[in-house]
Design a protein around this ligand. Sequence first.
Ligand code: BTN
Length: 275
Amino acid sequence: MSISESSGKLTSEAIASGLQTQRFGRTAFILDTISSTNEYARTLDEERSIHGTLVTAEVQTSGHGRLGRPWDSPKSKNLLFSLLLKPEQDDIHKASLIPFAAALAAAEAIEAETSLSVECKWPNDLLIEKKKVCGMLLESSIIGTRIEKLVLGIGVNVNQEEFPVEILPQATSLLIEKGAPIDRIGLLQRMLVALEKRYDQLMSGPATHVLDAWKRKTTMFGTHVTVRESHRILTGVAESLADDGSLQLRLEDGSLYTVRAGDVTLGYQQTFLHH
Ligand code: BTN
């Protein structure tokens, strides 16, 4: 299949053709326009909530990112998809580490498909040349005290040619970095294979295999970062990743601070963050 054909419409036939996974993407909802693939996956009824189910769309009318931000993407240029995950109850304690397995897998798949060099940034962004090319959002659906299912949403800037001027300094696409269009179906298939492999590895053994591999794909440790939490901005040196996925930040007074949820900007960039 030529790039122009396969970077055209996403179809279930094209995605299923030659797909090398056991479960991820084996059940798929391929949509044209949807509010958000995460929302669609979250509201699938019990019967259709099969582990590994893929929901993808050409365009989202209210795609969202972490920290309540919108995720806008022009129609049919990028990859917008969600995977429904149903961890065994014994593995639920590893749920907060899924985004690390997913970011690592996505980085590996993008590198294999494009030969570009991809870096992980805490908690689960992917960067090329320090610019964001992929973001992830893990949401859970809880019944009582039990996690019933998880929805992992992934947005990859694939063939987007331009970005709004306000995000241009921080965002890029594979097309921009590679200088050529990328086969969306080929990339999605590779991502599904890598995501399944890293997810199964995380769930079936010690989390350190995945976390150590994630650490090898980041250059942020030992460098100055600016962290935005919901109510404040901190600067310090990113020191390490804790076993639960938190970021350990060495503050200027020498103390170690644990960041559980937030956003990291590489370097001291307070002026940008105050806007
Ligand atoms: C982030 O970096 O803030 C996370 C972005 C996640 C975007 C994806 S696109 C597919 C899925 N549907 C959504 O509404 N969000 C995720």
